[in-house]
Write a protein that binds this ligand. Structure first.
Ligand SMILES: [Zn+2]
Length: 114
């Protein structure tokens, strides 16, 4: 395969991975927190163990302000998977951008050689 054909095959693979990842990606960083509850008599208010771990996701919202939300148990798996997908998405986009850059440079070289 020529360099250009190889790049285009790789590009197709990346695009289909991006389409798949984009459908599940979730933006934010995960952390686990322990909380006190709303019951004043609970052990968590008497120096006992707090409740948790609770999955929390934080991200930089509009105007650069950090925001976030607690992830309910029923959404934990999808959220963890979504955060991993976001990371893979960035890697795919980065590689795609590299292929685009190399194509642009190759075309310029070819045009000059003519
Ligand atoms: Zn409590």
């Amino acid at each position: 395969m020529s360099q250009a054909a190889e790049a285009s095959a790789r590009q197709q693979k990346l695009l289909s991975a991006i389409e798949r990842l984009a459908q599940v990606a979730v933006f934010g960083s995960l952390s686990e927190t322990y909380r006190t509850c709303g019951q004043p008599g609970c052990h968590c208010h008497q120096g006992g163990p707090k409740h948790g771990p609770h999955l929390y996701i934080s991200y930089r919202g509009e105007q650069g302000k950090t925001t976030g939300y607690y992830v309910p148990k029923g959404a934990e798996e999808a959220t963890r998977g979504g955060v991993a997908a976001w990371r893979q998405l960035q890697e795919c986009l980065r590689e795609l951008a590299k292929i685009n850059k190399e194509r642009n440079l190759r075309r310029a070289r070819e045009a000059e050689a003519r």
